[in-house]
Design a protein around this ligand. Structure first.
Ligand code: UDP
Length: 329
């Protein structure tokens, strides 16, 4: 298919681009490069350096690429930052995404795969988490993604948009050849910070909260390899075969790991312990989030190929060792 990957120069998007190429799709990237990295876009793939909120330019890109489906990864994704700057998150994640949606409808592009998040559920009353749990986000990031989910349902009913929304758990790791990986600025995620602490590139890791109601007192998360995560976006394309489809999938492995499990894994993989200290809880962090991934496994035949934490962490370590400073850009 002719696929336009919006946010395709970002962490997850860039992995999806490579997989889409390998699967034989015609791929172009639309990214404003506010957080993305131009050098993560493979040679030969057209990069439209455009903001998704700019309807005229997005329409041009959709037409030029003869787009059949949009895969949209473009969003601000930092929970802590969203608590500090809710307006900025709303403007980018909701208002500009609406611009993208309007441009798609105007060009008759009615298939979309959308990046949503388990943060739309808030603090769930049931674990593992199924797709039918109530959605009550406890931070603005989750609220912005839920707002778009609701909008997509409306557009499916009113305009025949056919979409799949994946509610991600914790994306982690890097490509197996260490050519692309995670490079956020500022970096806030656990695995890269733990690796950097071992390598002496950053101060000791702060463990945000050690008094949670979990087995070791630290938060439980469901870490899913970025290549497994992005592959699901391609696995779902054959399902978008009728107008008005509204598909929702939790995307995680279903196995919870604590912050201390991650610390132990990084220590094992690098052969040196992670220096860390216990700190206050971080605002907006639920104690436990892990998926019941049976729906995506059943309906899409999706199975994570990286099925242990160490295998995920190994790819992240290889990327950080190969690229001490991340992307040059
Ligand atoms: N975390 C931590 N120290 C850090 C960064 C993260 O203890 O410096 C914890 C955080 O509280 C959460 C888990 O690690 O429980 C994963 O956080 P991350 O920011 O990687 O992803 P999130 O779950 O926020 O999407």
């Amino acid at each position: 298919m002719n696929v336009l990957v919006v946010g395709g120069a970002g962490y997850i998007g860039s992995h999806c681009v490579r997989q889409a190429l390998a699967a034989g799709h015609q791929v172009a990237v639309l990214d404003n490069l506010s957080y993305g990295h131009a050098e993560s876009v493979p040679e030969g793939v057209r990069l439209f350096r455009v903001d998704m909120g700019d309807q005229a330019l997005v329409r041009d890109a959709l037409r030029t690429h003869q787009t059949e489906v949009v895969i949209d990864f473009a969003a601000f994704t930092n929970v802590g930052e969203s608590v500090q700057q809710p307006e900025r998150y709303h403007e980018n994640n909701v208002v500009r995404t609406e611009g993208l949606l309007q441009a798609m409808l105007a060009e008759g592009v009615k298939k979309l795969v959308f990046s949503s998040t388990c943060a739309t559920y808030g603090i769930p009353d049931k674990m593992p988490m199924t797709e039918d749990l109530p959605q009550n986000p406890i931070n603005p990031y989750g609220a912005t993604k839920l707002a778009v989910e609701k909008r997509l349902r409306e557009l499916a009913a009113s305009h025949g948009l056919s979409f799949a929304a994946f509610r991600y758990f914790n994306a982690a790791g890097a490509s197996a050849d260490a050519a692309i990986g995670e490079d956020h600025s500022p970096e806030t995620h656990l695995i890269p910070l733990a690796i950097a602490a071992v390598l002496g590139r950053r101060p000791p890791l702060k463990v945000f909260g050690s008094d949670y109601p979990t087995p070791d007192g630290t938060c439980l998360r469901d870490y899913v390899h970025v290549d497994d995560l992005s592959r699901a976006h391609l696995d779902v394309l054959p399902q978008l075969n009728q107008p008005g489809q509204a598909l929702f999938y939790n995307l995680g492995t279903g196995t919870p790991y604590s912050v201390k499990d991650v610390i132990a894994s990084v220590g094992r993989v690098l052969g040196r312990p992670v220096p860390y200290e216990c700190a206050e809880r971080r605002e907006g962090d639920p104690p436990a989030l892990y998926a019941d991934a049976s729906k995506v496994r059943r309906e899409l035949g999706w199975v994570p190929r990286y099925d242990t934490l160490d295998s995920i962490v190994l790819t992240a370590c290889n990327w950080h060792l190969a690229r001490p400073k991340g992307y040059a850009s």
